[in-house]
Design a protein around this ligand. Structure first.
Ligand code: AMP
Length: 369
């Protein structure tokens, strides 16, 4: 008799959808919860739809679940805490609390010895005190609800800094040095209920307009020292928080140094390549972790590139005719700036990856970076 495990996922976007899909072969059945009734994960698994403070429906959501997880970090903390009193919430709501606030996030990273850019809280009465601590050029960011480049502004002078503070200033803010990075990378790690840790290879990421466009995995031109620093940082984070599940750290590479920019306490867009490009996908490993199962190997299968499909789709047939290309559609209505799918190409060498990537860009010019 197949053993079935029921889990709840807060959030019903594409991450929830890919988690739910990864669950079925393992006997892990997901129910989603999202205030938006048309959330795209609802096309592949049962979806309960109500605001995040509908306690009656949340109680029904929690019923019979082995555990509850989340697929985006802006789930209201009281919701996660309320659920955690009834059923295990993994990763711990403490991770939500830390990583939905850029100030708490940076302080935590700094305290556990993961390098971060210079940063300071902006006191509303004396904003210039923060600028003195950080210097110019800098980036002013809202502490909360910033993602995909939203809620942030670059400033090259004191005047621009004050303008940015005024523009964003209804909300609590921080300021960071503008890092002259060589490239952006990310590392994904996973920790099981029993403390086992596995780390995926470093990924190189390209953003445009603050949105991830392309990931190359494993990241090209990576020294063993850089790879081991990334591994050490993500392992430390997982252990410090007694974390269960997948976590992603987005980082800036400057020379041979890594500076952490942002932590996502969930599966992450820069890990989508793992579906075809790693022995075990980030989605499967997240479910294995939160359900108390052994983790799967994070070893890459050759060389992958993942192209996000944003706002518009390429022709399906032509994409599928590209050798080793895999199309993932999220079942979402196209809208400018909206992530509606991705393509992964998997290759046996970095050169082949580049050739295949160019074939994808020929069909999808707006994905070019
Ligand atoms: P975020 O919303 O913090 O992930 O930022 C979105 C993108 O803005 C990043 O991927 C970087 O390309 C850029 N960015 C954010 N913070 C900084 C910084 N302190 N220095 C340089 N670039 C930054």
């Amino acid at each position: 008799m197949e053993e079935r495990v029921q889990v709840g996922i807060l959030g019903g976007g594409q991450l929830g959808r890919m988690l739910a899909l990864a669950g079925y072969p393992l006997g892990v059945y997901a129910t989603l919860y999202d205030p938006e009734p048309s959330a795209c994960a609802g096309q592949v698994a049962p979806l309960l739809s109500a605001p995040y403070d509908q306690w009656e429906l949340l109680a029904r959501f929690a019923e019979g679940k082995a555990c509850i997880t989340y697929e985006f970090e802006n789930v209201p903390l009281p919701t996660a805490q309320w659920l955690a009193e009834r059923v295990p919430v993994r990763p711990t709501p403490r991770a939500l609390e830390l990583f939905q606030d850029r100030l708490l996030e940076k302080r935590f990273l700094h305290e556990v010895g993961i390098p971060v850019p210079r940063f300071a809280e902006i006191p509303p009465q004396q904003p210039l005190a923060a600028l003195e601590a950080v210097g110019c050029p800098c980036v002013v960011k809202t502490r909360r609800f910033g993602y995909d480049g939203k809620g942030q502004q670059v400033a090259h002078s004191e005047e621009e800094f004050l303008q940015a503070v005024q523009r964003l200033g209804a909300q609590p803010l921080i300021v960071e040095e503008l890092v002259p990075f060589d490239r952006e990378v990310s590392v994904l790690g996973v920790r099981s209920l029993h403390g086992e840790v596995a780390v995926y290879p470093l990924v190189e990421n390209y953003h445009r307009g603050g949105i991830l466009r392309l990931s190359l995995a494993p990241a090209p031109n990576t020294s063993p020292q850089l790879e081991s620093a990334a591994r050490e940082y993500v392992t430390r984070l997982l252990q410090e928080l007694d974390y269960v599940g997948v976590v992603a750290i987005e980082m800036f590479q400057v020379g041979e140094r890594l500076l952490a920019n942002e932590v996502a306490p969930r599966v992450h867009n820069s890990g989508h390549w793992t579906i075809e490009g790693a022995e075990t996908s980030q989605f499967e490993n997240h479910l294995r972790a939160i359900c108390g199962l052994p983790l799967g190997s994070t070893a890459p299968r050759g060389y992958s590139a993942m192209v996000n499909l944003i706002g518009e789709l390429p022709p399906t047939r032509e994409v599928l005719a590209v050798p080793h290309a895999h199309l993932h559609l999220y079942g979402k209505q196209p809208r400018p700036g909206r992530k509606i799918g991705h393509i992964t190409v998997r290759a046996d060498s970095p050169e082949e990856r580049e050739t295949l990537l160019q074939k994808v860009f020929a069909l999808y010019p707006s994905g070019r970076v």
